[in-house]
Write a protein that binds this ligand. Structure first.
Ligand SMILES: *[C@@H]1O[C@H](CO)[C@@H](O)[C@H](O)[C@H]1NC(C)=O
Length: 209
């Protein structure tokens, strides 16, 4: 049997008064209204747990934060959310993917980078990334222009280009020596010449017959 309303302040005050009387402390509060009968010879078997007091045969008065016939269960207020278990008063053990004092927050494994928000989508924690980032942790930058010729997108819109290429999308070849006579640098150190020119820099004029 469990005394109803165990967490009621009046009952708690009553019990504290009774405990005070029993332990004969001179500074214990006296004359507080007794809300229930306290039997000093009461036996509780199995015994009250977690500091609960046996007030009548097989009736435990639980200390704050515990409930159950023998005060065996911790309670958490607010209750543990999202399937979390109450470990001890006010302390929840959360299921994977949830965190916070009451398991009310979702947690994304490894966190969300670059300003991503961790939210629950159909009960699964997921990073929602800002528009210029992607990947499970928002760890990959997006280069809308693309990074060509082996370039790597390093930050939003910024490509890191291999040697010999330049430009926002690594689309411009670099010729260390200029292409002459209207020739065009089409890949690193390679000129495409306009007729009638030829040679590495389009510096030679073909002999016309
Ligand atoms: C409590 O139980 C004991 C035996 O375990 C019994 O002697 C006693 O009378 C009981 N008290 C009450 C108030 O029923």
């Amino acid at each position: 049997m469990v005394v109803a309303g165990l967490s009621s302040p009046v009952l708690l005050a009553s019990l504290l008064a009774l405990v005070g009387v029993c332990s004969a402390r001179s500074d214990a509060p006296r004359g507080v209204a007794v809300g229930f009968v306290f039997d000093p010879k009461a036996k509780c078997e199995p015994p009250c747990e977690h500091g609960g007091v046996c007030i009548r045969n097989n009736t435990c008065f639980c200390s704050r934060g515990y409930e159950g016939e023998t005060c065996q269960y911790a309670n958490c207020y607010p209750k543990c959310k999202n399937g979390g278990a109450c470990l001890r008063p006010g302390k929840c053990r959360c299921r994977p993917g949830y965190g916070g004092r009451y398991c009310h927050k979702v947690t994304c494994d490894g966190g969300c980078w670059n300003g991503g928000d961790c939210i629950a989508v159909n009960g699964v924690a997921k990073c929602i990334c800002p528009s210029s980032w992607t990947g499970s942790k928002c760890q990959e930058a997006i280069c809308p222009q693309g990074c060509r010729n082996g370039g790597i997108c390093m930050a939003p819109g910024i490509c890191s280009c291999p040697e010999g290429w330049l430009g926002g999308a690594c689309h411009t070849a670099v010729c260390s020596k200029p292409c002459l006579n209207g020739g065009k640098c089409i890949s690193p150190d390679k000129c495409r010449c306009r007729p009638p020119f030829s040679g590495p820099q389009c510096e030679e004029r073909k002999k016309s017959h």
